[in-house]
Design a protein. Structure first.
Length: 81
């Protein structure tokens, strides 16, 4: 479980970078203007979400001692296969 929390932490950072690049709101964004009930608008507009995302479970798991959720403490290496 320890490694999986570290992987979630690293991937959350990658997701945030990709969302910024594509003009999508942060997963942490809870602005009402980013929410739409319209599926068509959601799929065509990267600035819209159908619901608020709640990624806080990653940090909470780290605080509970279930793994490492601090990017500065993760020895992140990339391997090519």
């Amino acid at each position: 479980m320890v490694a999986s929390l570290a992987m979630d932490t690293v991937e959350m950072e990658n997701i945030e970078k990709k969302r910024r690049k594509e003009g999508a709101p942060s997963v942490w964004d809870i602005s009402p203007t980013s929410i739409t009930p319209d599926n068509d608008e959601f799929y065509k507009n990267p600035a819209k979400n159908l619901f608020y995302r709640r990624p806080g479970h990653i940090a909470s798991a780290g605080k509970l001692g279930l793994g490492v959720s601090d990017l500065k403490k993760i020895n992140h290496q990339v391997f090519s296969v």
